[in-house]
Design a protein around this ligand. Structure first.
Ligand code: 8YV
Length: 321
């Protein structure tokens, strides 16, 4: 009998994922479920053939250079791969995969929750009732911004952006988008394409970020781009904290240029940016875009599908390098 490949799970993935993995592979799970440190990743690379990390494990150039040649594949349990230095992994001959598609709806749901919560003052309203401070009502009380019929600007029209556009169309929103390339007409469903941010930003009432974090998109939302937005625009970020210059956003919230924001991602994670807590019009979540039972299972299974293909000598469906 040939020996089974050994797989390391630095985080505790769903029970269904780990059960399926154990049926095919020898599995090592970090039962403590703490983020895999550089030292742990390097040490484990000598003991395993594959790793299934989350975005909490960083494969920087330094880490990749120190990996043991035994490690053959990094099958990410995430769609974003900004935690992986892909050129460095490619140079070491290590295959890298991700888990696209399966988390688009869950992430779009969280974007919708944040957009509605920011627009309709959910944090403020919840605190009033929760703290027993709701003592009055009038037609002018807690008036928010209506989503239905408003213009939504989506930056990054990949799978998650398109899933969010579909949900927003259900709210009667007029969709505008910016993407490196224009979608084919059938995929636009009537959305208006903007080849540059310059034309998109002044046209929309709500802006939602759905592009990957790359050197080109770092601080995409900054003092200059914020100034181009409509007065009182609402910003939603369920993509990556790296996309937003947080100091610039705090200044725009203070001045009222941005009337509200919904944030699931921050520059520093875990933790977030305590400066945002001064704004009741900012709704915040701790990076839980894909955190549903169904999606966790689907992400785990997609990562295992990639491993199964790789160890069967086939090209994994979601191979990146
Ligand atoms: C996850 C994510 O929370 O897929 C991504 O890129 O940011 C999230 O879905 C995380 O990476 C799960 O491993």
């Amino acid at each position: 009998m040939t020996s089974r490949p050994v797989i390391w799970f630095p985080r505790k993935l769903s029970e269904a994922t780990l059960a399926r993995a154990r049926s095919t592979y020898d599995v090592i799970v970090n039962e403590a479920d703490t983020p895999g440190t550089a030292e742990a990743i390097i040490a484990m690379s000598a003991q395993v053939d594959a790793m299934v990390p989350c975005h909490s494990e960083h494969f920087s150039a330094d880490v990749v250079a120190a990996l043991d040649p035994r490690l053959k594949i990094v099958a990410n349990h995430s769609v974003g791969v900004d935690h992986c230095d892909l050129p460095a992994l490619k140079a070491r001959g290590i295959t890298v995969t991700n888990t696209p598609d399966v988390l688009s709806d869950a992430t779009a749901e969280i974007a919708m929750l944040l957009m509605l919560g920011a627009a309709r003052r959910a944090v403020e309203g919840d605190a009033l009732v929760r703290d027993g401070k709701w003592s009055d009502w009038s037609p002018a009380f807690m008036v928010g911004k209506q989503v239905s019929g408003a213009r939504l600007g989506i930056i990054g029209m990949g799978r998650v952006g398109r899933a969010f556009a579909e949900k927003a169309r259900g709210f009667g929103m007029d969709i505008h988008y910016h993407n490196r390339t224009r979608l084919v007409e059938a995929d636009e469903h009537g959305a208006t394409y903007h080849p540059t941010l310059e034309t998109l930003l002044p046209e929309v009432d709500f802006i939602s970020l759905h592009c990957p974090a790359t050197p080109e998109t770092t601080d995409l939302i900054n003092t200059t781009t914020l100034a181009k937005m409509r007065d009182g625009a609402v910003l939603v970020n369920t993509a990556r904290g790296a996309l937003v210059d947080e100091d610039a956003l705090i200044a725009a919230l203070s001045s009222g240029k941005i009337s509200a924001a919904g944030l699931d991602c921050f520059k520093v994670e875990p933790g977030g940016n305590p400066q945002f807590a001064q704004f009741p019009q900012v709704m915040m979540l701790p990076h839980i875009g894909s955190a549903t039972r169904a999606t966790r299972d689907a992400m785990g299974f997609r990562a295992l599908d990639n491993l199964d293909a790789f160890f069967a000598g086939k090209d994994p469906r979601d191979r990146l390098v």
